[in-house]
Ligand binder design. Structure first.
Ligand code: PEP
Length: 251
């Protein structure tokens, strides 16, 4: 693996401006303690993106948004366009997070449009996929990963430019529940995703980084990050405090 491992923090709908700036400051102060083979990325709520981008300045902390509209502008009340995210200082965006799929009921069609729009407009995208507990228990994990990936990538005939697409394997049953996939479960799912990407795009598909997400903490991050096909982690709850997020980045 040549690219740096990615340590990404999804703040979800947490933090006021003051709290978000304090957390950013804490992460910035800890950056020098993070090994050079890891890069750090945060996804604050939309209202905090611009002030946090200003606070980050030219420091080595990447900034992403949790969602985007597939349109560039227009009459889409409440939506935020990829151009506005770039303007706010983002370089990256999450697409198809499980809370958007399962709580907000975002469809596969919308996820596909959002992914396409992010990449066409120059944002790096982290596409989140993963099975529910019911699907895992029914032995359908492989089918779900295949279907979600194929649907999101359907219109992309060529692999995206290097580094622009990352996939996050996030088993729904492990998100915010305190239950983490075992190393064997994570490695098996990541290897399956890797072979789907190679099957689709050959060697360039094999270069796409695959993150694990689901109750990652400083205590379990080291083992997950040592797995062959785990190229980083996407962290929710434990990214809300600088100490635990930095603990994961150092694990
Ligand atoms: C997430 O929000 O993507 C996530 C994995 O959350 P948590 O770490 O809290 O399970």
């Amino acid at each position: 693996m040549s690219a740096r491992q990615i340590i990404a923090g999804n703040w979800k709908m947490h933090k006021t401006l003051r709290e978000g700036l304090d957390l950013t400051q804490g992460i910035l102060e800890g950056l020098r303690t993070i090994p050079p083979h890891r890069s750090v990325l945060v996804f604050p709520p939309a209202t905090l993106l611009h002030p946090i981008s200003q606070r980050i300045g030219d420091r080595n902390l990447d900034l992403g948004a949790q969602d985007l509209s597939w349109e560039r502008q227009g009459a889409f009340t409440g939506e935020i366009s990829p151009l506005q995210l770039l303007d706010a200082g983002c370089s990256c965006v999450l697409v198809g997070h499980s809370e958007r799929r399962h709580v907000i009921k975002e469809s596969e069609d919308r996820i596909r449009l959002k992914l396409k729009s992010a990449l066409e407009n120059g944002l790096r995208a982290i596409l989140c996929i993963g099975e529910t507990l019911e699907e895992r228990e029914a032995g359908k994990t492989g089918d779900i990963l295949t279907t979600q990936l194929a649907s999101a990538l359907e219109t992309m005939k060529e692999p995206p430019n290097s580094g622009f697409l990352t996939v996050a394997y996030e088993p729904v049953w492990a998100i915010g529940t305190g239950k983490t996939a075992t190393p064997e479960q994570a490695q098996e799912a990541h290897a399956a995703i890797r072979s789907l990407l190679i099957g689709r795009w050959g060697d360039p598909g094999g270069e796409i980084q695959i993150l694990y997400g689901g109750s990652v903490k400083p205590e379990n991050a080291g083992e997950l990050l040592s797995l062959e096909d785990v190229d980083g982690v996407l962290v929710g709850g434990a990214s809300l405090e600088a100490a635990s997020f930095l603990g994961i980045a150092r694990a």
